[in-house]
Design a protein around this ligand. Structure first.
Ligand code: AMP
Ligand code: MG
Length: 356
């Protein structure tokens, strides 16, 4: 799981001029608050919408519910944040006691028991790593650490250091036993980091809980990852794609009814060295920051998928549009480093003129 990640790929913009349209994203404008109480950071985003925003998953998480039964919506939102905390405790590589940290500590050793939640995420991560041809790889953590993006001072490592860390990367090292109750990392020194998929996965889980609780329409947002359901033609969920050159400004808008939307755009965790921008989305093939894309937003049936693929497509860079065309079920809005803007045909994107 990541720490506060830079970009809000999907942002509130033009100061959300049409306030009602951007109601869902307005949640972001609410003050962040700790787990001190549900009321702080809670509010009405738009008529009939309740929003609660809290710090979780290393970022600001907002839960938006559209529920005429406000008491039910409120109770469901409380359960949603409790579920986020529970899952973070299992899945975060930043928490020493998490199941993922235990798998990392035991890399190269025997199978260890894992919960059904951890298993489900590992199964999804393996599948999406394979589908993306390894562009998304949940075992990229040794490289992320080497570059200093997992804490400490970011730096450009030497070529032999990169090569040594790169050899530790490979999702095939994640092994699950046939019963699905045990897992291990087969390679000593390998490590799982879920920064590119965990927020989407947790958003999906939380959404499933809100549905079970009877909430008719809801959205969960964790930094650049959104999961939502229950939008209608009359009242869709409005989504804005942030301009990576002007954080806070919207470059494209689209209306969606349900699914997952994620943006990968390293506008925050970055530094300049060797005459170029270095950042935290790493290409497992080279061991260095991915080149070619500036921002990738993926729309998919769920946020686990959109999260993993936004990272994968960012890594693929200029080859990303071709990948999207060849993979039904994912749609994307892509901004390349050369200034090209691209959106897949299945999306009704409304572009805005970029600021100078
Ligand atoms: P995202 O913002 O979803 O694109 O995730 C980026 C985060 O995932 C980084 O901060 C790293 O912790 C991790 N990461 C970097 N490169 C990769 C990669 N190629 N595959 C999987 N995770 C990655
Ligand atoms: Mg991602």
């Amino acid at each position: 799981m990541g720490r506060a990640r830079g970009p809000r790929g999907l942002g509130e913009r033009r100061r959300l001029g049409a306030a009602a349209r951007f109601a869902a994203l307005l949640a972001l404008a609410l003050p962040a608050c700790g787990p001190s109480g549900p009321e702080a950071g809670a509010g009405e985003a738009a008529a009939g919408e309740q929003v609660v925003s809290r710090l979780a998953l290393g970022t600001l998480v907002s839960v938006v519910v559209r529920d005429p039964d406000t008491a039910r919506g409120r109770a469901a939102t409380e359960r949603a944040f409790a579920e986020i905390e529970r899952l973070e405790g299992l899945l975060s590589e930043w928490r020493e006691q998490s199941e993922i940290s235990r798998l990392n500590a035991g890399a190269g050793g025997p199978l260890q028991p894992v919960s059904a939640d951890t298993r489900d995420l590992l199964v999804a991560a393996r599948r999406l790593a394979e589908e993306s041809g390894g562009a998304f790889d949940p075992t990229t953590l040794p490289l992320v650490r080497l570059w200093g993006f997992a804490g400490g001072e970011p730096r450009v490592p030497s070529a032999p250091e990169i090569e040594a860390a790169r050899r530790l990367v490979g999702w095939e090292a994640i092994e699950l036993d046939a019963s699905g109750t045990k897992a291990r990392l087969a390679a000593a020194g390998a490590a799982i980091g879920l920064g590119a998929i965990g927020k989407g996965f947790i958003a999906d889980r939380v959404l499933a809980g809100l549905r079970r609780d009877g909430v008719p329409a809801a959205m969960v947002r964790a930094s650049g990852d959104l999961a939502f359901y229950g939008g209608t033609a009359d009242r869709p969920w409005p989504v804005g794609v942030e301009d990576p050159a002007h954080p806070g400004e919207i470059l494209a808008e689209l209306d969606l009814l349900g699914g997952g939307v994620s943006t990968s755009a390293p506008t925050w965790r970055r530094f300049e060295a060797d005459g170029r921008v270095q950042h935290h989305i790493l290409d497992p093939r080279t061991g260095s920051p991915a080149r070619g894309a500036r921002s990738v937003t993926v729309v998919a049936p769920d946020a686990t998928r959109s999260d993993a693929f936004s990272t994968a497509l960012f890594v693929l860079g200029s080859a990303a549009p071709e990948f999207v065309r060849a993979h039904p079920g994912i749609e994307a809005v892509i901004l390349l480093e050369d200034g090209t803007r691209w959106a897949s045909q299945g999306l009704a994107v409304r572009w805005r003129e970029p600021l100078p």
